[in-house]
Design a protein. Sequence first.
Length: 271
Amino acid sequence: MPREFPVPEPLHAHGPARVIAVCNQKGGVGKTTSTINMGAALAGYGRRVLVVDLDPQGALSAGLGVASHQLDRTIYNLMLERSTQIGDVLVPTKVPGMDLLPANIDLSAAEVQLINEVGREQTLGRALRPVLHAYDYILIDCQPSLGLLTVNALACSSAVVMPVAAEYFALRGVALLIDTISKVQERINPDLAIDGILVTLYDGRTVHSRDVVATLVDQFGETVYDTVISRTVKFPETSVAGEPILTYAPDSPASQAYLQLAREMISRKPA
């Protein structure tokens, strides 16, 4: 049985932000959904949150109801144009206390353009530095690859949250991601650590899902969050609605699970 985590105390001041990369090179594991709902849940507990869309597909932006393809400036401009300031790109979301740095297809050109930049792995970190004092959490939704954009996210983060679907094939990618994190620790960011492995798409009715969770716990112990995110038809509906499940279906089990996850994250590392 998962542990219960206490409702966190309110904050009387904000910052400096804890920067967390939400990362898995395998697609379809609930990474973007988890970034949106972790952010909304943390904001619901009075934390100031910035969510960063670092995927050219712009799913995080779309999931928060932002038509990023219509924006003149996105995270791409912030990272690659000296004239663009972070205030030019920040977009408030419908969730009180949560802001967004949006992305669109322009970001797909960033990896090629960054190759010749000096200190290319630190580009995102430099872009975020001016607002670290204003937020308690910065959650970076990485693209499903281990390219230069993802390395940028890992280079400026203190922690990684790794969503892993409760499916056998999802397990195979965990070792590869952990190897990448180890290389970033050794070469770029020694402060980087895995905050937790988040089991998603869980179906407690199947032996398969339960076996995958048992395997993860056997291999990674307390690194695996107690909180598990179950499958629900509500998630696709929230994507169409452009809002977190916490506002779309606040009484649903999935909404309560993300609130539990936020409490667990705060209890592990107080903001």
